[in-house]
Design a protein around this ligand. Structure first.
Ligand SMILES: Cc1cc2nc3c(=O)[nH]c(=O)nc-3n(C[C@H](O)[C@H](O)[C@H](O)COP(=O)(O)OP(=O)(O)OC[C@H]3O[C@@H](n4cnc5c(N)ncnc54)[C@H](O)[C@@H]3O)c2cc1C
Length: 389
């Protein structure tokens, strides 16, 4: 539940609370999380008390009502800590909540959104399958209409929070031939989840395989009560999620650069700190320039999002740029650390592995490149000079 005092804070005060939470609790407890192999439950409780599950939702449904720009500024703060913390609430606040907010029936919104904002109901977004990865609309999971509801059959994979979410947003093909989205309680008979043995990054927040065999849901679990709109629903959530992923890349790169700068200042070779070597300065200076470019890019998209329509292609460009940038910054941070970037428990190598996934989910980099290239003739012909002021 969100601490009632949090609701009285203005944005800058709230941002400071989240900054302090990141510096005083999330970052210092990363080692404990790694040792336990999971986010400590009391930290998840703190996240919900501080309202992190409610940052994308309006006050009318129990959220904190921050704008997209403010959400991005907050994401810059808490993603200076392990990206695994964020993944505990990201699918709920980004993908699932936005779908329900815009397309859910009144009953669905009332039933789920206040509980989601409070962190009392966590949702996962179950779209990806073996044959439907980048080609997301190729889902083979089926939802067959029965008296009063549907029976869902299929296999999903790589589902963030799939192992412990209360509710799964499941995308399945309905008899109209289109894809529809359903709210499926994870404890419904026929739903089984399995965690992978090994993760390359995000090890403390593994994705799940979700098996759905003869899963019966009532008709009121069809999101919006209309069949065939599943991909429209997925895209609405994805614009918001991509904005948050780009901001996450900026937060992660900020921390990686901070760690690299600290190490370069402390470690001496040839009688001087690494930070005095021109080659190291080049890596650090260039990283800062690229980090700031990414920060400006996604903030600008967020402002346009707030002004009306999400700028789909510019969000795609920012997601592409920021996630690639974070990988480059991570790689340079490992280089600056030398052997300590490969051996031992320093956060940089762990984050180096974590940021790699950002270039794969919410559209692999090549999908963004392809979509942008295809849209370029239109994009370039409508590009306006940058706003001033
Ligand atoms: C950590 C993590 C969390 C995830 N969380 C979720 C989740 O919560 N819910 C969910 O539904 N899914 C989730 N996913 C799945 C993710 O969305 C998919 O992994 C992603 O869409 C890519 O699909 P794929 O893995 O099947 O790769 P593929 O589609 O097989 O693609 C592999 C590679 O081929 C290339 N490629 C593919 N198509 C093209 C093309 N048209 N043009 C050029 N190159 C191409 C790209 O380089 C791509 O990286 C998650 C994945 C990861 C790694």
């Amino acid at each position: 539940m969100i601490d009632p005092r949090v609701r009285t804070l203005d944005f800058e005060t709230y941002r400071q609370v989240i900054r302090d939470f990141t510096d005083d609790e999330l970052i210092p407890r990363e080692h404990e999380m790694v040792a336990a192999g999971a986010v400590p439950p009391d930290l998840v409780r703190r996240m919900s008390e501080l309202g992190l599950f409610g940052i994308t939702l309006p006050t009318s449904v129990g959220g904190l009502g921050w704008t997209v720009e403010q959400q991005v500024l907050l994401t810059f703060e808490f993603t200076r800590s392990s990206a695994v913390y964020r993944s505990r609430f990201s699918t709920s606040i980004g993908l699932a909540a936005q779908i329900l907010l815009e397309y859910g029936t009144d009953a669905q919104r009332e039933r789920y959104l206040p509980a989601m904002a409070a962190g009392e109901c966590v949702m996962a977004f179950a779209l990806t399958e073996e044959y439907a990865g980048s080609d997301a609309s190729a889902v083979r999971t089926t939802a067959t209409r029965t008296r009063g509801g549907y029976v869902i059959d299929g296999e999903k994979r790589y589902i963030t929070n799939g192992g412990w979410a209360d509710v799964l947003v499941v995308f399945a093909r309905t008899e109209d031939g289109g894809v529809s989205s359903f709210l499926v309680d994870r404890d419904t008979p026929g739903v089984q989840t399995r965690l992978p043995e090994l993760m390359n990054g995000h090890a403390e927040g593994p994705v799940a395989e979700v098996s759905l065999r003869g899963v019966r849901v009532d008709a009121d679990r069809l999101i919006g009560g209309v069949e065939g709109l599943g991909m429209t629903h997925a895209m609405r959530g994805i614009n918001q999620a991509r904005t948050h992923v780009a901001a996450t890349a900026v937060g992660q790169a900020t921390r990686l650069l901070t760690e690299a700068v600290r190490h370069a200042g402390e470690r001496e070779q040839f009688g001087q700190p690494l930070a005095e070597f021109g080659a190291v300065q080049a890596m650090l200076g260039r990283s800062y320039a690229e980090l700031e470019a990414g920060r400006s890019m996604i903030l600008d998209c967020a402002r346009e999002f707030d002004a009306g329509t999400p700028p789909r292609h510019r969000i795609s460009a920012a997601k592409l740029y920021c996630t690639e940038m974070a990988s480059v910054v991570a790689d340079r941070a490992v280089q600056v650390l030398g052997g300590a970037g490969i051996v031992g428990e320093h956060p940089v190598p762990r984050m180096w592995r974590d940021v790699r996934a950002l270039r794969i989910y919410e559209g692999a980099s090549q999908i963004h490149e392809r979509n942008l290239a295809r849209a370029l003739p239109t994009l370039l012909s409508t590009t306006q000079p940058a706003r001033v002021g």
